[in-house]
Design a protein around this ligand. Sequence first.
Ligand SMILES: [Zn+2]
Length: 104
Amino acid sequence: MLDILRRQAGRFQCPKCGQSLADCQLEMVAHHDDQSLVKVTCVHCQDIRVIAVAIATEAETAPVIDDVRDQPADELGTPITTDDVLDARLALARFEGDFASLLR
Ligand SMILES: [Zn+2]
């Protein structure tokens, strides 16, 4: 995880001193599912900032509509109607939990 960031850091510049962040110090502050908080310390000006990093997973790229379509229809072969879409939207609106557990 930090290795990936390290490799990409060289493409970014410190917003404070404008130097490359290739040699910056990276430290994982918090990690939750596919979200991470990483502390970045610039070696040139010691500027410290915390960035939020989202790691792209297969689950994240899967479109939600696939889940809806997989649910059994009342009649086989019935096309999805506007009502079905509204039902799905209401179900999603009532859903309590994060996106990852929705796809699980
Ligand atoms: Zn700097």
